[in-house]
Design a protein around this ligand. Sequence first.
Ligand code: 0O2
Length: 221
Amino acid sequence: MSTESDMSMEVLVNSENPEEIFKNMQPFLNLMMYYECALMEIETKLHVLNKEFALQHKRNPFESIKSRLKKPMSIVDKMNKKGLEVTMENIQNNLTDIAGVRVICSFPEDIYVLSELLAKQDDIKVVNVKDYIRNPKPNGYRSLHLIVEVPIFLSNEKKIMNVEVQFRTIAMDFWASLDHKLKYKKDNLKHPEIIAQELKKCADMSAAMDYKMQEIRNMLE
Ligand code: 0O2
């Protein structure tokens, strides 16, 4: 059942009373602020690991990090798809990808080194792992996804927030960005299955390249 502080975003979007919008917005803005803080915590942890690793091994385990908060309309869409009422409680309990961090590594091995270093920190709890590198999706998608719980410390309380951390190589990220762009165009194609087959071939080729480059790096080391 909804509480007073729960917000139906559809009502919010359609509201014409600015005061009502502002009153209704506050719990949502607070929630987004908590997720933003959780993103900062995870990013800092990864940057610390990168610094230490660079000093010890003379190379960086990741190339870049991108973070994002899910957009309000995407949150509403996902809640609708799940058939759930859009309330603060439902959002927190049912969506684990509102805060997302994408870590781009050069080599597949670094993904596992880095994700294990993050996972074993004592204030981090891994609640779900989807290894689409060892088990790629049928379309060729590859990435390692962790859902982690991380504490954030506010002035009067500590909150535990979910963050989705996606680890990919540069090649996996390139493929996924292209796949994402093409998804929007697929509806207008006569033979989308041909594009899908070609994309799958690209995924396999780029996976082979990732492992070849990994082998070369290991030989050099
Ligand atoms: P966005 O905008 O990137 O966040 P769940 O989140 O568990 O309810 P699902 O699909 O089981 O839903 O989660 P999964 O498999 O962990 O995938 C979630 C995210 O992984 C997606 O987020 C994408 O970022 C990425 N992803 C998964 N499969 C593919 C794929 O085939 N191609 C591409 N390009 N990305 C993929 P969102 O919410 O779709 O979008």
